[in-house]
Ligand binder design. Structure first.
Ligand SMILES: [Cu+2]
Length: 150
């Protein structure tokens, strides 16, 4: 039997289409691992949320161990590690760098801002001048290169 013309069905499809067209793009998902007592980690999570990320926080007792388990080389370590789009993001990496990474999709472990740099997102300290820093692209366990200068 031939499919009958069902205008109401078509109207329903258009309604769905226009709904999805006007809906906001889905937020970028970040899974973040941090020590619950880390205030600058929370500030970095807020920074990501301000830039359109949905952040799911996992509290861990030993972030060094978790970082190692996730696969971020410990020499690039900072206070928190996040998983975003198949990459690992270590430390106070600016949201714009993560978005750039997701656009470029290089073959890499992820990005890192090692240590705790004053002035990086979540590490802003009133009265203390911002330090210049670099976001590193961690290619593998032996090599890394500069991804962005800040
Ligand atoms: Cu920190």
């Amino acid at each position: 039997m031939a499919t009958q013309w069902k205008p109401w069905l078509l109207a329903g499809c258009y309604a769905l289409l226009s709904l999805s067209a006007f809906a906001q793009t889905p937020p970028l998902q970040a899974e973040m691992y941090m020590d619950p007592s880390c205030p600058c980690c929370k500030k970095w999570a807020a920074h990501l949320e301000q830039h359109g990320f949905a952040v799911k926080i996992h509290h861990v007792a030993n972030i060094n161990q978790t970082r190692q388990q996730l696969g971020m080389p410990s020499q690039y370590g900072s206070c928190h590690t996040a998983k975003v789009g198949g990459y690992l993001i270590e430390g106070h990496v600016p949201a714009q760098d993560i978005k750039q990474l997701l656009l470029q999709k290089p073959k890499a472990i992820g990005l890192a801002v090692p240590g705790m740099v004053t002035g990086s997102p979540g590490m802003e300290t009133p009265g203390v001048p911002n330090q210049p820093y670099q976001t590193l692209l961690i290619e593998n366990h032996r090599s890394a290169k500069v991804f962005a200068n800040h």
